[in-house]
Design a protein around this ligand. Structure first.
Ligand SMILES: Nc1ncnc2c1ncn2[C@@H]1O[C@H](COP(=O)(O)OP(=O)(O)OP(=O)(O)O)[C@@H](O)[C@H]1O
Ligand SMILES: [Mg+2]
Length: 263
């Protein structure tokens, strides 16, 4: 009898110690959370800036290879200015994200945002055999942090382009207004996604774009879609995908309209 009581007591003590250690680990983890968030935002910032620097580098290299071509040099410099302006907007937006600040949403014209993305990407899609179809009503507005929604769309467009290289294909961007939201679809006729990968593509660092097996110029970091998901969550919206191998992909985003009290 005495030994059962002693064992019970020992077990009880053991549980108490475990509980104490558990609490200590939880508070350590809570202390690390700001560092984890900072790390995530740093990766994302580097990734988004890289999206804008890559086309600039090709443009500048192209201009340097034709030193006599004044018009080309001027165009390259204009692109430098445009993309530098966007880089500083992205930096501001990322710093605000890192500080946990709420960023101002506004009603912004979607066709204008899309046009700017193609200006920033510089390279003419037609040169890669890609036809771009934009079916967005001229006056359609979305309730969003403009720079962030542009980054989401830019990542979807870059993925669509990678999926269609080197064969080419059709990139379609469509948008429609619903009662409480705006729905945007970015569809391509590219390689599609293996069913086994569909559940992983929104995870950080998941990529199938290694230098050996990707038709795109660069290997992937696996950050684009996780960033899109983070931004869509911040907009209380959603991002979904439908895809089949060799049959293209469709990414859908839903952006809620402004509700009273939703800023
Ligand atoms: N339109 C698409 N068609 C086919 N596969 C896609 C498409 N979009 C995404 N994927 C798949 O999802 C993966 C993750 O995409 P994500 O944008 O997060 O990273 P990534 O493009 O590989 O790298 P990066 O960080 O440069 O964007 C891709 O590697 C690819 O396998
Ligand atoms: Mg990507």
């Amino acid at each position: 009898m005495a030994s059962i009581t002693a064992r019970r007591y020992a077990l009880h003590r053991h549980l108490e110690v475990q509980e104490h250690q558990n609490q200590a680990l939880k508070s350590q983890l809570a202390g690390l959370q700001p560092l984890i968030s900072m790390g995530t935002v740093s990766y994302m910032t580097a990734h988004e800036i890289n999206n804008l620097l890559t086309p600039l580098k090709s443009y500048a290299t192209f201009a340097l290879s034709a030193p006599g071509d004044k018009a080309l040099a001027e165009k390259a410099l204009q692109k430098v200015v445009t993309n530098c302006n966007r880089v500083s907007k992205i930096m501001d937006s990322m710093l605000a994200l890192a500080n946990g600040e709420t960023q101002e949403k506004e009603y912004v014209r979607l066709p204008g945002l899309i046009d700017e993305i193609f200006t920033c990407l510089c390279r003419d899609f037609a040169k890669d055999g890609i036809t771009v179809k934009i079916k967005v009503p001229e006056n359609l507005t979305v309730w969003a942090v403009p720079v962030q929604i542009q980054q989401v769309l830019m990542n979807l467009i870059l993925n669509a382009r990678d999926a269609m290289l080197p064969r080419g294909g059709v990139l379609t961007i469509e948008a429609a207004e619903k009662a409480d939201s705006v729905e945007i679809e970015v569809a391509d006729t590219g390689s599609g996604i293996e069913p086994g990968n569909l559940q992983n593509i929104f995870e950080m660092f998941f990529t199938t774009k290694t230098r050996d097996c990707s038709a795109a110029d660069n290997s992937g970091a696996g950050l684009g879609l996780s960033f899109c998901k983070m931004i869509m969550d911040g907009h209380e919206g959603s991002i979904t995908v439908e895809s089949e191998p060799d049959n293209g992909s469709k990414f859908g985003i839903v952006l809620p309209k402004q509700q009273s009290g939703n800023s």
